[in-house]
Design a protein around this ligand. Sequence first.
Ligand SMILES: [Ca+2]
Ligand SMILES: [Ca+2]
Length: 255
Amino acid sequence: MHNMRLMALAAVAVIAACSKDSVTNPQPAPPTATLFTASGNIAATVDNFRNALGPSNGGTAGEQPTGRREISWDGAGANPFDNRNDFPANFFNTNVKSGAVFTTSGTGFRNDSTDFAEINPSYATQFTFFSANKIFAPVGSNQLDQLFQVAGQPTPAVSRGFGVVLSDVDLADKTTIELFAQDGSSLGKYAAPVRTDAAGLSFIGVTYADAIIARVRITLGTGALAPNVNDISAGGTKDLVVLDNLIYGEPKQAF
Ligand SMILES: [Ca+2]
Ligand SMILES: [Ca+2]
């Protein structure tokens, strides 16, 4: 009985120490993010974002000291997978060594040279490209994650910036990127601007001083592409959105 009372007192002491700790040592503030956003004519902002990350490292294998990587979906190497629902999730770190792999809760990925008109003819007038002429979307979902790896290696990596070109954002605050650190904690969630002209392109990008982004969750509007699903601007109830260029800081080996 005496021993149990001592243990109870010890437990109270530990709890008291913890709560004091949380008051005197608050969690550090999240790292400062620099935001880049544009809609309509997005070219100048995309260039500013590219310059903020540094020169292109293309598909050079191995971790580079500085610079960025970019996926436009347009290269000839992707041609065998055009307009199908099985674009390889690791294409951009195996076929092309750019340090990017994708996951989705849907059934696959599709790069498309027809503005997805083969899925639903109405999409031909909804979507357009930024870089000619292919665009990209997950299949069976409106959400995908990009993970980083050292270029050409299955080694987890982190990046100091991430940006995406989007086509046909109609609703505010529904199309977002959320950035996650290595420990899985969210670094922040940012909404893409809605479309402001006939072309309908938008851009959202975020940079940090250091390479701290391990994963990015991209949410495209409010629904997945499908034969019987029209965009909210074409008699439907969902805001359908697809993506084009992905631009990100050189993936650095995570520790
Ligand atoms: Ca493209
Ligand atoms: Ca839309």
